[in-house]
Design a protein around this ligand. Structure first.
Ligand code: CMP
Length: 131
């Protein structure tokens, strides 16, 4: 997901360019404004964390871009492309280093395993929305 901060600040195109230049194929993509219920369900794994309420508020503060990406070694390579969760720790040239402001408004989300990529892709897209 490209998060509401990056979409709102006009970075969607630049981030998609970085993703494509990084060798990822876009299999599915949509532009949506999450409801509290949908954002809460997506991040249910963090429901007990102290930042959960803020995270849900932030993720519903504006539209996002959700996508399924394909590449060999995609999860690991995507995490390298986007950089550390906390942008102050993200390496130079990474998406979060270039476009993120804080650990919450951190521009982009990437799945942390193949299993979660499957779950998160199924959360947003039907079989008829993948190409
Ligand atoms: P993301 O990769 O989308 O997965 C969970 C998100 O929770 C994470 O990116 C951050 O944006 C957010 N997050 C993680 N840790 C914190 C924190 N300590 N305070 C606020 N938000 C956090």
């Amino acid at each position: 997901m490209i998060k509401p901060d990056a979409v709102g600040n006009g970075h969607t195109g630049a981030i998609l360019n970085d993703i494509i230049a990084g060798g990822f194929k876009i299999v599915a993509m949509k532009y949506i404004h999450l409801s509290k219920e949908t954002a809460g369900a997506f991040y249910a794994v963090h429901a007990e964390r102290p930042f959960y309420g803020e995270l849900v508020n932030f993720m519903t503060s504006g539209p996002i871009v959700a996508a399924i990406l394909e590449k060999d070694n995609a999860v690991e390579d995507f995490r390298k492309l986007i950089g550390a969760t906390d942008p102050s720790k993200a390496e130079a040239g990474t998406v979060r280093n270039k476009y993120a402001k804080s650990i919450e408004a951190n521009a982009i989300h990437g799945s942390d395993s193949d299993e979660n990529a499957e779950i998160e892709g199924n959360f947003f897209f039907s079989q008829f929305e993948r190409f």
